[in-house]
Design a protein around this ligand. Structure first.
Ligand code: CO
Length: 420
């Protein structure tokens, strides 16, 4: 019998060879699906009905020609979860640390503007020696910098303050993503205009229909911030700020102003809407903290996570850890609701102010349990328990929730949001 005879065989005919073969290997359960006894059966499970446009025998039909811009494979349908104001990254379905640009989370304050990069300008004025206007061509000519960085909305996991609210990791932690960002250092561009000595704060303004504006302390950001025109090797996506976005490594996503058109230097914060009524942190005593920029040490298990299903036996626990203070030095996993902790393996590359992938091999015995992760960064900052975070911050805040996250696994292997 050659390879293709096997494919043509009537599937309803009993196959003694196959049954014996599978029988001898009953220990191989779960991870590997046994579709047939021969190489042809294993290579092309032809008994599955073909989808429209799919080659059941790709070796028999020439494939399609090269195309000018790639699309993902038919049948790959992982997507963002969009609402009117934001969309969430599907971390349960992603690998490594880079978020595909098309799946990077979004948060818009009045929609995505359509901007022609030829007409776009960046104005620098206020307390500078020479007010200047830059075209995109001007900015791209400066020496460039590329960094792989996370951006996290400070509202990421914000609904978890009130209790276990999100069903999936996309809902609880989808307002964060990681990209390779390329641009010109902010310091290079400001040096062209000349910073006056009394300039301490910088207003950054977007050219969206909300004219998103934030005040930023110059000394803290000037060495690290980038004016980015590229993401993952190509021009920014419109929803990520095309043609120009301010990226401040480790700071709340809202400060990474998209569609940026104006920088004004001044002596004091400008007290815009987004730093007075919004993006402030309500404390238990009723006061609110302003200008809390750095995203704290945080991690989450992305698999297994809410909405997924596991089987007893080997399970690789996978997740992401990150800190706006610097590099992750340790990720730990608990499989008994926080009673004991095991050091997880950090997957290279481990970069400052970037998602770090961790993994931990676990054998699930089929008992109900809770799995958690926590991490430590290079400054010694450790992700807090929910109890510790709530003791310090109460439950009436919305931004900067970074407590240890719990996934409950029931006896059937179903995973749900299980705050402890
Ligand atoms: Co904040």
């Amino acid at each position: 019998m050659n390879l293709f005879d096997e494919e043509r065989r009537n599937p309803s005919e009993p196959d003694t060879e196959k049954e014996t073969w599978v029988d001898r290997r009953t220990w191989l359960t779960g991870a590997v699906s046994m579709v047939g006894a021969t190489a042809a059966g294993l290579l092309t499970p032809a008994l599955l009905p073909a989808e429209e446009g799919e080659s059941v025998r790709p070796t028999h039909v020439p494939g399609r020609s090269p195309s000018p811009y790639g699309v993902r494979a038919q049948g790959e349908t992982v997507q963002r979860l969009p609402t009117a104001t934001h969309s969430l990254t599907p971390h349960h379905a992603l690998h490594g640390i880079i978020t595909p640009s098309a799946l990077h989370f979004e948060r818009h304050h009045n929609g995505v503007p359509s901007i022609n990069s030829d007409r776009h300008r960046l104005l620098i004025h206020g307390l500078v020696d020479r007010p200047l206007t830059f075209s995109m061509n001007d900015l791209v000519r400066f020496p460039s910098v590329t960094r792989t960085l996370f951006i996290e909305c400070s509202g990421n996991s914000g609904k978890e303050w009130k209790g276990p609210t999100g069903t999936t990791v996309q809902e609880t932690h989808g307002l964060m993503s990681t990209s390779e960002w390329t641009g010109v250092p902010l310091s290079t561009v400001l040096a062209e205009a000349g910073i006056k000595p009394d300039a301490v704060w910088m207003l950054a303004e977007g050219s969206d229909a909300a004219a998103m504006t934030r005040s930023l302390p110059l000394a803290e950001l000037v060495n690290d911030a980038l004016l980015c025109y590229a993401q993952n090797g190509e021009a920014l996506r419109p929803e990520q700020g095309y043609p120009l976005r301010l990226v401040i490594p480790g700071w709340e996503g809202n400060t990474c102003i998209k569609w940026i058109r104006r920088l004004k230097l001044g002596t004091a914060p400008f007290m815009t809407r987004e730093e007075t009524s919004r993006y402030t942190d309500l404390m238990p005593d009723g006061t609110a903290k302003q200008f809390t920029f750095v995203m704290d040490t945080k991690s989450v298990i992305t698999s297994p996570s809410g909405g997924q299903q596991i089987d007893p036996g080997f399970v690789e626990i996978r997740g992401l850890a990150w800190s706006g203070h610097g590099k992750i030095v340790m990720a730990e996993v608990s499989t008994d609701g926080g009673k004991s902790w095991h050091t997880a393996q950090l997957q290279e590359p481990v970069l400052p102010k970037c998602h770090t992938r961790f993994r931990f091999g676990w054998r699930w015995n089929g008992d109900e349990t809770i799995i958690q992760s926590r991490c430590t960064d290079e400054t010694g900052s450790i992700q807090p328990t929910r109890a510790a975070l709530v003791a310090a911050r109460g439950v009436h805040s919305f931004y900067h929730y970074h407590a240890i996250h719990s996934w409950r696994i029931d006896r059937r292997g179903a995973v749900t949001n299980g705050q402890v």
